[in-house]
Design a protein around this ligand. Structure first.
Ligand SMILES: Cc1cc2nc3c(=O)[nH]c(=O)nc-3n(C[C@H](O)[C@H](O)[C@H](O)COP(=O)(O)O)c2cc1C
Length: 209
């Protein structure tokens, strides 16, 4: 993982909700377009990467995993991995040039912390920075069903300026594989961060045959 910072810079947080593939697809798509990614993975995010995608997707082996699964184009971008315990990291400050952040997937615990501005770890603090600096914060919650406190926490985040982008793939594109579903959600996340992509076909007015 390189410390170099060419091109646009965004933060990506992976927390301990189901849907690790949404995170790896989003990370790969950002890297493919030459983005510098400030990556933070919570303890349970690390567990979910391994539980859902296998040991090859553990954080210390993530770049080879992405290259094997999505191709060498991921090497166009760079990743700086931060400890979630390091509240002195660059992205803990509004003076850092990071332009946006996505939390993919976002656990209900981290959602609650962002909703209430707790800033107890780097993920929570970096999200708080995005809100106070009026930058893009994309929250991808994953839970079902949802309690009233969880629903209220989403409203609080939306009121504070975050975009709530639930991990809800659509089916009108006729997905054939799990990867197609992950592509759709990752494409929505890139759009929300302001990036162009070709992760799903543009809607033409008719479902594909
Ligand atoms: C296998 C597994 C799956 C989980 N799935 C979810 C989930 O989909 N959504 C959620 O909010 N929490 C889920 N959890 C619980 C969170 O991981 C737990 O609340 C954790 O404290 C979240 O911490 P974090 O936000 O710092 O990653 C899951 C836990 C495990 C072990």
């Amino acid at each position: 993982m390189s410390p170099a910072e060419p091109g646009p810079s965004v933060a990506l947080a992976i927390t301990g909700a189901s849907g690790a593939m949404y995170a790896t697809r989003t990370l790969a798509a950002l890297l493919e377009r030459g983005t510098h990614v400030e990556l933070i993975v919570s303890d349970y995010g690390r567990r979910l990467l391994r539980d859902e995608l296998g040991d090859a997707a553990s954080v210390d082996r993530l770049m080879p995993f992405l290259a094997a699964k999505y191709g060498d184009a991921v090497e166009a971008g760079t990743v700086a991995l931060h400890s979630n315990r390091d509240l002195g990291a660059t992205i803990a400050s509004g003076s850092h040039r990071c332009t946006g952040m996505a939390i993919v997937p976002c656990s209900m615990k981290t959602l609650a912390a962002v909703a209430h501005g707790l800033s107890r770890n780097l993920i929570e603090r970096a999200a708080d920075v995005m809100l106070k600096e009026r930058r893009r914060l994309v929250i991808v919650p994953r839970e079902t069903p949802m309690s009233l406190p969880q629903l209220r926490n989403m409203v609080l985040c939306a009121e504070a300026g975050a975009m709530i982008l639930p991990a809800m793939p659509a089916f009108y594109q006729k997905p054939k594989t799990i990867d197609d579903l992950a592509d759709f959600v990752a494409g929505k996340i890139l759009s929300a961060l302001g990036f162009e992509h070709a992760l799903y076909p543009e809607w033409t007015g008719q479902v594909p045959s």
